[in-house]
Design a protein around this ligand. Structure first.
Ligand code: ADP
Length: 259
């Protein structure tokens, strides 16, 4: 299926053409075509094993792909040769928070801007403090990850990703490892970021969240994009049988309360 959007005035931030990825004999991604505009919020949904995580990992060069092309902001995401350029554009938030356990929240957020961007510790710390305040963790900034809840750790991980000022932020099931009562606080932070104009690609099983925050829903199955539509269309009158079944077996998107 060709899921390219009509050519907008501005070139797309992400441009994926005929992407293929195998794990051994198994085809994990099968002819993926997708364009994402600057500032767009995409919810990537589909059954487990459909290739969502593999797709976002290819965009960030965490996985090599076999065929096709990915460009982010005109940069070809291709090989280790341009890893630094790609990583400068693209931030990622994982299911597991992957924070350094021996460092405070503040240090976790400030580290990469110092090491990768060459900021002074003073500047990086000021930026980290502002970001931790933005994700509601000002009072916890000197704590280590083990002293924080899962939801708080994930919010630190989001602040850490934002500290690099990425043009594109990828989320790979950011709430899947959280206790249910912590899911909402993380989704609210992501929703807040969505309003700031950063382009977001979010793998999620949270259908209400996808409905509320996404500009478009991309539905995958068996390594292919089956359907792309605005959430109102996708959740209320999907065109593919497969999406209809998927929505029918997923919790209905109820309206979430505004943050
Ligand atoms: P999703 O994120 O939609 O659950 P994934 O992208 O994680 O799906 O996985 C897609 C398919 O690729 C699954 O069948 C999974 O088992 C397989 N897969 C993922 N990673 C690997 C790997 N490193 N080696 C072999 N198979 C993998």
């Amino acid at each position: 299926m060709d899921t390219r959007t009509p050519t907008p005035a501005e070139p797309p931030l992400i441009c994926i053409r005929h992407l293929q990825k195998h794990y051994g004999q198994f085809k994990a991604l099968d002819d993926i075509n997708l364009e994402v505009r600057r500032g767009e919020v995409i919810a990537l949904i589909g059954p487990s094993g459909s290739g969502k995580s593999t797709l976002v990992r290819c965009i960030n060069l965490l996985e090599e792909y076999d065929a096709g092309t990915i460009e982010v902001d005109g940069i070809r995401v291709a090989s280790a040769g341009n890893l630094a350029r790609v990583r400068a554009e693209v931030g990622m938030v994982f299911q597991q928070f992957n924070l350094f356990p021996h460092m405070s929240a503040l240090r976790n957020v400030a580290l990469a801007p110092v090491r990768v961007r060459g900021l002074s510790w003073a500047d990086a710390t000021a930026r980290a403090e502002a970001l931790l305040e933005r994700v509601g963790l000002k009072e916890h900034q000197h704590k280590r990850p083990s002293q924080l809840s899962g939801g708080q750790q994930q919010r630190v991980a989001i602040a850490r990703a934002l500290a690099m000022k990425p043009n594109l932020l990828l989320f790979d099931e950011p709430t899947s490892a959280l206790d249910p009562e912590m899911v909402e606080e993380v989704l609210e932070v992501i929703q807040d970021i969505a309003k700031t104009g950063v382009t977001l690609l979010i793998v999620t099983h949270e259908m209400s969240f996808a409905h509320q925050v996404a500009d478009r829903v991309v539905f995958m199955e068996h390594g292919r994009i089956v359907e792309v539509a605005p959430p109102q269309t996708f959740f209320h009158c999907p065109t593919s049988d497969r999406a209809r079944v998927f929505i029918g077996t997923s919790p209905r998107p109820a309206r979430r309360q505004p943050a």
